[in-house]
Design a binder for this molecule. Structure first.
Ligand code: CTP
Length: 420
């Protein structure tokens, strides 16, 4: 099969060398057309050596061969990877300002775009409109993968793995368009939380005893941070109220840092006032020292050892539900429960009782123990709903779990508070 492989000017161009190898090793004849910008990342010599064919990006080379017409007509399949925001825009608007875009206009076979760019660029309405246009004309635009991007940011925008692009390309060539996601319109909304504001509390509160000591807990904040990133990637405006965390807050969210349960309460209630969703993922101390010493507590041989008296902290989750039910913003309130189970009951039994007591819409239940959940990268949860629908399980990395929880929240939100 004859394949034209267009390469856009993004850092992911280096991965396309592996894609090219997959094509040639499968016996296909590949002509690479890099854009001018692509050759700044991977040079013409690499493409020529790997493809065994001459490579140019200019319509003015070998003019007598009328390359764009020949390549476009002869190609059984065109694959563009990485399809940058610029390349998608030029293809969608039918521009013909280099050999690749000229050839795209001449293509008579299936065309597959594999996008790669920063999340914001991918989610920008301009890019999404271009993707829509290309799909409506019959091109296949793959969804980018999610994960680490060029800098320290992460989210949707990674080039799909070369093997995934290869499989999609082969399916298209076999006429199996319907089996390739990204061909034509997609049924599920890409950004189900667009226009929604989500407040998430994360981390563990610290309750001071004196200027140097505190009562704390083992929460790392990883699950809350993963939820904030997942909500952001689903299009939401995200406010992260962070108590002590061992991981940095994700980019693109509004961060409010707090220390104690009382500060967290204040910040969450303020942020919740105009939020569509509040997720209480923070490990909030149920008690705080009754007296906080203004100076360091010293040990003294001439006095008894100190006794710490604790007093109850307010239950923030319960209060959020009460404020909402008393006429506050229409919103979905989601709690987390860390349970161990004991001689008197099991994890799910305690969780169901907690869901009733707290009155929240969804309760995400963790089974915790000395080696479970806290600080770990993996999690296993059960999502319970106030409406009594079947418990939903999710496990995997904290990012995987976050994606399931955010999907569930999006679905509940559109049921309970549909967009007007
Ligand atoms: N929570 C809260 N305010 C508190 C304590 C907990 O808002 N003072 C929230 C947590 O953020 C979580 C949920 O309540 O979303 C359940 O927390 P958990 O510690 O499991 O429950 P507790 O109410 O503390 O109940 P218990 O310790 O008796 O199991």
């Amino acid at each position: 099969m004859r394949i034209v492989l267009g390469v856009g000017g993004g850092i992911a161009a280096y991965k396309v060398a592996s894609l090219l190898r997959l094509f040639t090793e499968a016996g296909h004849d590949v002509t690479v057309i890099p854009t001018e910008a692509a050759t700044r990342f991977v040079g013409v010599a690499t493409w020529e050596a790997l493809s065994g064919n001459p490579v140019t990006n200019s319509v003015f080379d070998d003019v007598h061969l009328v390359n764009h017409v020949r390549l476009g007509h002869e190609a059984d399949l065109m694959v563009v990877a990485p399809a940058t925001a610029d390349l998608l825009a030029r293809a969608a608007t039918g521009q013909a300002n280099d050999l690749l875009t000229n050839t795209l206009l001449m293509a008579s076979g299936p065309v597959l775009f594999a996008p790669a760019m920063h999340t914001e660029m991918w989610q920008h309405p301009a890019t999404q409109a271009n993707v829509e246009t290309l799909r409506s004309r019959g091109a296949t635009v793959l969804e980018p993968a999610s994960g680490r991007l060029t800098g320290s940011d992460s989210g949707p925008g990674r080039l799909p793995e070369p093997e995934a692009i290869f499989e999609a390309a082969m399916a298209l060539a076999r006429g199996l368009q319907e089996s390739v996601p990204g061909h034509g319109a997609t049924e599920a909304p890409l950004f189900p939380l667009t226009g929604r504001t989500v407040t998430i509390s994360a981390g563990g509160t610290r309750e001071p005893l004196d200027p140097v000591r505190f009562l704390g807990n083992r929460s790392s904040g990883k699950q809350g941070v993963a939820l904030a990133a997942a909500a952001r990637d689903a299009g939401a405006t995200v406010r992260l109220v962070a108590a002590h965390m061992e991981v940095p807050a994700p980019a693109g969210v509004e961060l409010v840092e707090v220390e104690t349960a009382l500060q967290l309460r204040e910040a969450v209630l303020t942020a919740a006032a105009d939020s569509d969703v509040v997720i209480m993922a923070a490990a909030v101390a149920d008690f705080r020292p009754a007296d906080v010493s203004g100076t360091k507590i010293k040990k003294r041989d001439d006095a008894a050892d100190p006794v710490i008296t604790l007093i109850r902290n307010p239950d923030i989750l319960h209060e959020l539900v009460a404020v909402r039910d008393a006429g506050g913003n229409s919103q979905l309130v989601v709690g987390f429960a860390a349970e161990t189970g004991d001689a008197h009951g099991d994890v799910l039994g305690y969780a169901e009782e907690k869901l009733k007591r707290k009155g929240c819409d969804l309760l995400v239940v963790n089974h915790v123990g000395s080696d479970k959940v806290f600080g770990q990268d993996h999690n296993s949860v059960v999502i319970l709903s106030r409406t009594g629908s079947e418990p939903q399980s999710a496990s995997g990395s904290k990012q995987d779990v976050a994606a399931v929880v955010i999907d569930r929240i999006s679905a509940e939100l559109s049921k309970v508070f549909p967009r007007t």
